[in-house]
Design a protein. Sequence first.
Length: 214
Amino acid sequence: MFCGDETGAYVMETGWTNSRFGWGGAADPCLQIPTLLTSSNTIGLSALHSSSNTGGATPIFNNPNNTSEITNWDAWETLLSSSMSQTVCQNRPILSTDPGFSPPGQKETQTEIMFEKFDTPAYFISHTAALSAFSLGRHTAMVVDCGGGGNVATPVIDGMVLKRSLRRSVRGGDFLDMQIKEVIEKKTGKVRPQPTTQCKNSAFLTHTHTHTHH
């Protein structure tokens, strides 16, 4: 009911590594940013660049067992507030996703924040796997989600998620990246993070243009 073009619903998914925001019925999200926040309330790509220099970025999901527990509610609110201001979604119904294994009470806290702080007219939380199957026109499917913080296989029967049959691994893309990094560093030496390289290149170009102008 919240995914049709006639509702104008705002859809948000806050993942372990990246968060996506957009409109129901659209083929792609209109905003995708890293799920990071710095001490100065910088989020997304800006937080990623800042963390490469200061190491001050804090993940919103900060749990070693990847239970999708939101451990920093202030950061979660800041992330949502920034995304909403960029996409102009005031007074629109909001659809949020849940992986199916979030801790008890988290949905209630999310709902409370959405109504009390963001004053949304309607808010609904649905399972990620059910939404993925629905987007492909399937009511029954085996949905496999490979993310940065882990992998999840979720059976969906007639639109209902079978939680007891859900299987997951906490070793996802971030773990594979670390393993690949270790192999490369053993052969070629320390690898410089890409955000650090981009920041230094930008600073070099700015300095060059300033010097040329004078």
